[in-house]
Design a protein around this ligand. Structure first.
Ligand code: ADP
Ligand code: MG
Length: 311
């Protein structure tokens, strides 16, 4: 009897991403949520969520604090109570489950917990290490390669409390990546880091996505992050308000329903800029409009949409 040739090993997490490069998002579903109601104890925090996530997508979730962004990530992780609805995850060929990597919001972490960078990262290799009380040479080699790739190799033995925000972010990114995830969920990865780190994090996520990893991240950063992503989900008061490309969905109406505040949306070609609408009193808004129109590159139509009179 002959055995079929094995597919090439693709679980080397130091190669950022996995499998062949995916030029763009596919239409192969990875996660499907249908009329999902989730929450905590007896409270529904997020209701009636219906959406499909396809392999290779890069999605941003935006909305005010308390709107349900983290709950949506945790629903995909299966870490919140599901009251009703269906949630299905579809593994890619050759895997019997969808591997989900999670990078928590930095202020949700107990920084006093006595643990070093390398110990945090090794926790992400629980599938391979299982209940064996030690990590193998291979585990350690992978970890070091990954830490070097994320430029924190020299910090392996450092306590996580003694790291900068960007280094903490990378440590948890390394923990997620060492499990070779199909789906990477990040909770506010650009909050609490400086601009350079934000650029580096977004660059790295772009690279991972181009290599095939599906990414969903929450962000408060509308202009610097969200408007640059291919797909956005706006969450307001526990409901999905809009879902689509920033060009299609970022309107004053959607932003009002998401944030409960008046916003001004400026467009120049495909570039979008959102500012708080402060009414006639705002010279600052005028200055921002000028700056945006001067600095954004691109096309023909320049216009600002105002959110009406706020009623
Ligand atoms: P966001 O991430 O958009 O700030 P969350 O998803 O954290 O919002 O919270 C959505 C709602 O769920 C809020 O009303 C919040 O108070 C509530 N909530 C979040 N975590 C818990 C929890 N562990 N127990 C009870 N309620 C929670
Ligand atoms: Mg949150």
């Amino acid at each position: 009897m002959t055995t079929a040739p094995k597919p090439p090993a693709s679980n080397d997490p130091t190669t950022i991403g996995h499998g062949p490069p995916t030029p763009s998002a596919s239409d192969i579903p990875l996660a499907v949520l249908e009329k999902v109601n989730v929450g905590y104890e007896s409270t529904v925090a997020l209701q009636d969520v219906t959406l499909e996530v396809c392999q290779g997508e890069f999605i941003g979730i935006v909305g005010p604090s308390g709107s349900g962004k983290t709950t949506l990530l945790r629903a995909l992780l299966g870490q919140v109570r599901r009251f009703s609805g269906h949630l299905d995850l579809f593994p890619r060929p050759g895997r019997d489950e969808v591997r989900v990597g999670y990078v928590p919001q930095v202020d949700m972490v107990d920084w006093n917990f006595p643990i070093t960078v390398e110990q945090v990262v090794m926790l992400g290799r629980w599938r391979e290490i299982g209940w064996r009380p030690w990590s193998s040479r291979r585990d350690k080699q992978l970890m070091h390669e990954l830490l070097d790739r994320l430029s924190i190799g020299h910090l392996a033995k450092r306590h996580i409390r003694k790291l900068s925000g960007g280094q903490q972010q990378r440590t948890f990114l390394a923990r997620a990546l060492i499990g070779d995830p199909d789906l990477l969920l990040l909770d506010e990865p650009t909050s609490g880091v400086d601009i350079k780190t934000r650029h580096e994090v977004m660059h790295l996520l772009g690279e991972l996505n181009r290599a095939g990893t599906t990414i969903i991240m929450t962000t408060h950063d509308l202009n610097a992050v969200a408007t640059h992503l291919p797909r956005l989900i706006c969450v307001g008061e526990g409901q999905v308000v809009a879902d689509g490309s920033p060009q299609d969905i970022l309107t004053p109406e959607v932003l009002r329903r998401t944030y409960g505040a008046e916003m001004l949306v400026m467009r120049r070609g495909r570039a979008i800029y959102v500012v708080e609408h402060l009414g006639d009193a705002s010279e600052a808004v005028g200055a921002e409009v000028e700056l945006f129109l001067e600095t954004s590159s691109g096309a023909a139509v320049d216009h600002a949409e105002a959110g009406g009179d706020g009623s």
